[in-house]
Design a protein around this ligand. Sequence first.
Ligand code: DQA
Length: 151
Amino acid sequence: MPRLLLLNGPNLNLLGTREPGIYGADTLQSIEQRAAKRAQQGGCELTAFQSNAEHELIARIHRAPEEGVGFLIFNPGAFTHTSIALRDAVLAVRVPMIEVHLSNPHAREAFRHRSYFSDIAVGVISGFGAFGYEVAVEAACRRLTGQPHSS
Ligand code: DQA
């Protein structure tokens, strides 16, 4: 069964209580559960991992090929705007990646407008809250199972 790896970066473990006006009321656990269910419905298997530490996210990305991961779904949090190391890790493993953000960083402070991931992503989903993860899972799963985007 095709495998997806859902990665979340710093402070996303606090979803539910962290600035709910921006990030919504859903907890990361509920987001991960819904993502796993959506993957299963599409004939894929999803593993989720969150870390506040850059090196742990890098290590998890490095393991992705040997674990047979066919797609990364990645919300790098604030590392989006700072981490060349995480960008390099994604490029190194050559596993396709969808970048996800709950908020729309382009509608926020100028320092959030630059992403080190958007130009290496298959696609970017932002501004739709927790639902964006489900869209990303469906898109990745369709790619891996060879289904067209339009149905
Ligand atoms: C975020 C946007 C980032 O700018 C921010 O640092 C986050 C969350 C989002 O999901 O909207 O931590 O990635």
